[in-house]
Write a protein that binds this ligand. Structure first.
Ligand code: AMP
Length: 190
């Protein structure tokens, strides 16, 4: 199964991607997690990345395109994957669409997690207390939400129009188990 999860920060898509990846035994490709792992390397690039991540801004398209294309071609991802946090901009979206065409990758499902802005802000701020993520304070949350609205929201419509048969919209303001059940049900029909 080749799946993309779209949704605002704090919509719970990371949690659901983790659960579904375990259920299907496929890798969960969270670009946020991959970048946070890179920060631990403590080299020149990681110091630049650290500044960008803690500000809430987006990392450059070239870096993300390189990370994701390498992963998608790796052996691990041949039988499937869940892409979480990518694409996030028009440039990434264009890159991905031509990349999948060129490499004959066919998506099975696209899930869009829908959640109101005010619920998102509260959720992320309470998560910051639990996970101590440096990019979860109020100012940074605002930047991340602005980036989402400005850069990512427009591309969701592109996917909805390009892949109408496999596009699923889910109300992300529900119990984790309920959302998990609905996605799982859909996956079984794919
Ligand atoms: P996330 O855990 O998905 O919220 O990602 C955390 C941070 O990583 C984001 O705020 C961005 O700085 C960076 N990031 C993750 N995915 C991308 C992407 N596709 N494009 C640009 N920056 C990204």
């Amino acid at each position: 199964m080749k799946i993309i999860f779209f949704g605002p920060p704090g919509s719970g898509k990371g949690t659901q991607a983790n659960l579904l990846a375990k259920e299907l035994n496929i890798p969960h490709l969270s670009t946020g997690d991959i970048l946070r792992e890179k920060l631990k390397e403590n080299d020149k690039i990681s110091n630049v990345l650290k500044k960008i991540l803690s500000s809430g801004n987006l990392v450059s398209d070239d870096i993300l395109n390189e990370i994701v294309s390498t992963k998608l071609l790796s052996l691990d991802c041949q039988s499937g994957f869940i892409l979480d946090g990518y694409p996030r901009t028009i440039a990434q979206s264009n890159f991905l669409i031509s990349f999948i065409d060129k490499n004959k990758i066919i998506f099975d499902l696209i899930v869009f997690f829908q959640l109101d802005q005010n619920i998102i802000e509260n959720r992320i701020l309470s998560r910051s207390k639990i996970e101590k993520r440096s990019d979860d304070n109020q100012e940074v949350v605002k930047t991340r939400l602005n980036e989402y609205t400005k850069e990512t929201e427009p591309i969701i419509d592109i996917y909805k129009m390009k892949f109408p048969q496999i596009f699923m919209e889910i109300n992300a303001d529900q119990e984790i188990s309920k959302i998990q059940f609905e996605i799982s049900k859909k996956v079984k029909k794919c």
